[in-house]
Design a protein around this ligand. Structure first.
Ligand SMILES: C[S@@+](CC[C@H](N)C(=O)[O-])C[C@H]1O[C@@H](n2cnc3c(N)ncnc32)[C@H](O)[C@@H]1O
Length: 273
């Protein structure tokens, strides 16, 4: 996009630099994300150089490369090869892929009961939104959903989105993954259930105070918000910190909230309507 009249040239400079960088080039991050991050930083810092550095720090936290990734070329080939060999072979590849990212790796010990317990509360949804999905849609074989459920997933990371779309297509799942910054452009499709796993605390870091209006904008009856209860290193207990965060975000809203605890993750099941 060309700079509009009066637009700050640092915005275009930031977008250009990110798109050219070895660190982010292959991720094809959505332009609305990059624009939002730099515009907010420019509003906050007097000197453009400080704003550029701050925007780069925010982007690093948003993208979180330290959480891990599979080799996406290998992943696509492995999924393709396994699809001809039946569901067990597909499950093996999915497990390997889920293991390659910290958020899903931590969920593996209780994968099956995790979704069972969530759907016991919500009932079986006909549409699911998986917000900031990461690799979680690859847990579909353990979700126990009927083939008629529509599964709409959203992420900013192009190779992840492409892998999930290939997975849906190859398995004939009624699903689609979208390459979209859901904070700037929240999904519009109504659903019974939205998953928002292990991301709300990071949304609040990116943009303090954003979580509540974001949740209000999500057109789902149930929003299942999860948070880790242990730090990445497993050393710190984060449960009470994250319970306080959720109390603050939901304060004053007349939404029913139920909490379910797992080994290293807590889910706040929020009924909006
Ligand atoms: C901490 S991981 C959690 C993944 C998944 N929800 C899970 O718990 O297994 C965060 C994921 O959210 C994505 N993400 C971060 N900000 C986003 C945004 N504004 N819109 C869409 N996806 C986002 C990242 O690319 C990453 O895949």
């Amino acid at each position: 996009m060309k700079p509009g009249a009066g637009e700050n040239p640092w915005v275009e400079r930031f977008i250009y630099q990110v798109r050219q960088s070895a660190k982010y080039r292959h991720l094809d991050l959505p332009e609305p994300l990059l624009r939002d991050v730099i515009i907010r930083a420019l509003a906050r810092y007097e000197k453009p150089a400080q704003a550029m550095a701050a925007a780069r720090r925010v982007l690093h936290q948003v993208v979180a490369p330290y959480l891990g990734d599979p080799d996406y070329t290998w992943a696509l080939q492995a999924l393709e090869a396994s699809a001809n060999k039946g569901l067990d072979a597909v499950r093996q590849v999915c497990l390997e892929l889920l293991r390659s990212h910290a958020s899903t790796r931590e969920r593996l010990p209780f994968l099956e009961t995790f979704f069972q317990r969530l759907f016991e509360i919500t009932g079986t949804p006909s549409t699911v939104l998986d917000l900031a999905c990461g690799l979680n849609p690859l847990a579909w074989p353990w979700m126990g959903l009927p083939p008629t459920t529509r599964y709409l997933a959203f992420d900013i990371h192009r190779p992840r989105v492409a892998l999930i779309n290939a997975f849906f297509q190859r398995l004939g799942i009624e699903g689609e993954a979208f390459h979209q910054d859901i904070l700037v452009q929240p999904p519009q499709t109504p659903a019974e259930v939205a998953f928002f796993f292990k991301e709300i605390h990071r949304f609040e870091e990116r943009q303090p105070g954003c979580a509540r209006p974001f949740l209000e904008a999500i057109p789902a009856r149930w929003v299942m918000i999860s948070l880790p209860t242990r730090s990445l290193s497993q050393r710190r207990d984060l449960l009470s910190l994250h319970q306080r965060l959720m109390t603050r975000i939901l304060e004053g809203l007349e939404w029913e909230v139920r909490e379910i605890g797992f080994e290293n993750e807590v889910v706040f099941c929020v009924r909006k309507t």
